[in-house]
Design a protein around this ligand. Structure first.
Ligand SMILES: [Zn+2]
Length: 630
């Protein structure tokens, strides 16, 4: 990242990032209502057109789009983490305790928080990151990793493990087999993995094991009334005698609805869909006696932010699968509640109070929920997915930069050269993980008194899911839905190749999105919610065509393979004085973001340490050759 971000003044004379275009002075007459921009906490002001929509365009063959966020490169780096962190000598056990500025960055020996948590979260990412990256590297490690996960599953579908992850702070505990519990959290995760495995490989064994896990979870469920259920210990573990293991996590609902839906979609098991609905109804009605009771206004009753939103994701998805608005509305209320606590850039407090720490797991959940809420009839929520990817996930991809290495050597100079060399070698295995924490204006969170270089084993893989959530919603083919008629939908401005077409983003230089069609169909392209509709233009090839609105999308009818369809919109810039509950304990801290479209390009006060925001898109270096095999 570039230091020049700190030199940008927050004023009405905006920095104009388009290469080769002159800087422009914005006149007062061009000021646009602050209400145009949604989804941010605090105050938006000085909304102006920063780059007007051009009246003519050139085809892709004649134009060089600027450099935008590279989701594929992020996934390639993620493969580095997936391949290089499992430790063969511990049955491919990965690491939860990863503090890359420490020497050593990862403690030796077993990591007791990993079982059915870090490993279970990573297990999904092999499928997702391989799909995006196209890499075929590390297949032997992936096979051994999936085998490791299946070893938790007993013949009747019970998932047995020690409860190390439920006691996250107790990292020196030594567990033995007599400590094994029915690991509900792990069971939900492994169920989802097996659904992905069957979808991709057709492996019947995965389908059969998934059904066993589903039936075992269903046996655990308590139904006080028909069609509504809960688990006795929520997301917590059960003793093998069938009683709850006392634990602070037991009041949190299990994240079981999404894995049940995914398994139903992959394997067609209607029993799982019925179970998903019953558990969702149980969360909505507060059925678990000692569980959190989500309030009518979406307030999550002091629940843990990540685990609550992780559980609600499936409910948001149920809104799409069933078409029933009540599920979407329920998830949306809590999503909006959670937004009111954060800034709108992708930063949300991890804990119920105004605690000044965020968490990547939560950001990823907010993105998964937002994508489902968007599909449920609120397409502007795709802008929130785009914002969090650009401004929170992308800057947090951990790479050993020359600056990091220099700091590592300085901080750890007392360790001596050999330990530093070994430490840096181990740190490089962690590259591609998503950092756990991010600050308001620098990565270290200096302004809120943090000093964070943490790659916790929950966040590192959940951040990868955020990449997948984004990538899988850039372009997709939907049946008729709340978004409009059936067709190919392009929801966000990111580059992506797909079977439906190649999406080309012209961010951050121009508000232009072009798709080269890969199928014959109707195409629906969405300009961001803040783009003035009367200034949006449409093109087929380089030929301007009348703009045909279909809800929030511009519709292109009967497009042929190879056709290029384009929307152009004015790119807005604005200032955003961030609000949120985090300010309650820190009323003297004020942060103002300068936005260009969905991208934060500068912040005041500027970064004290490692910058997060820049007018230039962060482009990662090439990944190591061994994870790039295709
Ligand atoms: Zn986490």
């Amino acid at each position: 990242m570039k230091a020049k971000v700190t030199a940008i003044l927050l004023s009405l004379v905006f920095y104009l990032p388009a290469q080769g275009e002159p800087a422009t002075q914005v006149s007062a007459s061009e000021i646009i209502s602050q209400n145009t921009v949604k989804g941010l906490t605090g105050k938006v002001r000085d909304v102006t057109v920063r780059a007007p929509a051009p009246t003519s365009i050139q085809p892709l063959s004649a134009v060089q789009p600027g450099v935008d966020v590279d989701l594929r490169l992020m996934a390639q780096w993620a493969m580095n983490y997936l391949i290089r962190t499992p430790r063969k000598e511990f049955d491919y056990e990965p690491v939860f305790q990863a503090n890359p500025m420490n020497c050593p960055p990862v403690p030796g020996g077993h990591d007791v928080v990993v079982a059915c948590d870090t490993d279970a979260r990573m297990d999904w990412e092999w499928y997702y990151m391989r799909e995006i990256s196209g890499s075929t590297a590390g297949k032997d490690i992936e096979a051994a990793f999936h085998k490791r996960m299946l070893a938790y599953v007993r013949a009747d579908g019970t998932v047995l493990s020690h409860p190390g992850c439920y006691n996250e702070g107790d990292i020196n505990r030594v567990y033995t087999e007599k400590d094994y519990v029915y690991h509900v959290w792990g069971a939900t995760k492994i169920l989802n993995s097996l659904a992905e495995d069957f979808r991709r490989t057709g492996n019947v064994g995965s389908k059969e094991t998934a059904r066993k896990i589903m039936l075992r979870l269903k046996k655990l469920a308590v139904y006080p009334v028909p069609d509504r259920c809960c688990f006795p210990a929520g997301m917590g573990a059960m003793k093998q005698d069938g009683t709850p293991v006392p634990n602070g996590w037991n009041k949190m609902p299990a994240p079981v609805v999404e894995p049940l839906i995914n398994y139903y979609q992959a394997c067609g098991d209607l029993e799982a869909l019925e179970f998903a609905k019953a558990y969702a109804e149980g969360i909505m009605a507060g059925t678990q006696p000692d569980g959190i009771k989500i309030k009518a206004d979406g307030d999550i009753d002091n629940g843990h932010s990540h685990t609550t939103m992780h559980a609600l994701w499936g409910i948001a998805h149920l809104g799409i699968v069933t078409g029933d608005e009540k599920y979407t509305a329920f998830a949306k209320r809590s999503w909006d509640f959670m937004l009111s606590r954060g800034t709108g850039t992708g930063w949300f407090p991890a804990l119920p109070g105004g605690h000044p720490t965020d968490e990547t797991c939560l950001t990823s959940d907010m993105m998964s929920n937002a994508a489902m809420i968007a599909r449920g009839g609120y397409p502007e929520y795709f802008d929130y997915v785009e914002r969090y990817l650009r401004n929170r996930i992308s800057p947090c991809v951990f790479i050993v930069t020359p600056e990091f290495e220099a700091e590592y050597r300085m901080v750890n100079r007392a360790c001596g050269e050999e330990k530093i060399r070994q430490g840096l070698e181990d740190v490089r295995k962690l590259q591609g993980a998503i950092r756990s924490y991010c600050g308001l204006n620098d990565l270290e969170n200096s302004i809120l008194n943090g000093t964070y270089h943490v790659l916790a084993g929950c966040c590192a893989p959940e951040g990868m899911r955020a990449i997948y959530t984004t990538w899988s919603h850039v372009i997709d083919r939907y049946p008729a839905s709340k978004l409009g008629p059936a067709g190919v939908y392009v929801n966000m401005s990111f580059n992506r190749d797909s079977k439906w077409g190649r999406v080309v983003s012209f961010m951050p230089a121009t508000g232009r999105l072009t798709v080269k069609a890969g199928v014959q169909d109707d195409f629906f392209l969405r300009p961001p919610h803040w783009a003035p509709r009367d200034q949006v233009k449409a093109f087929v090839g380089s030929q301007a065509v009348p703009v045909q609105w279909s809800g929030d999308y511009v519709r292109f009818t009967n497009i042929k393979i190879g056709d290029e369809v384009t929307i152009i919109y004015p790119l807005l810039g604005f200032l955003h004085e961030a609000g949120g509950i985090w300010k309650n304990g820190l009323p003297g801290v004020n942060v103002t973001y300068q936005w260009l479209g969905n991208m934060v390009i500068a912040v005041d006060p500027p970064a004290a340490k490692t910058p997060i925001f820049s007018p230039e898109v962060r482009i990662l270096p090439p990944p190591p050759a061994e994870v790039m095999k295709q």
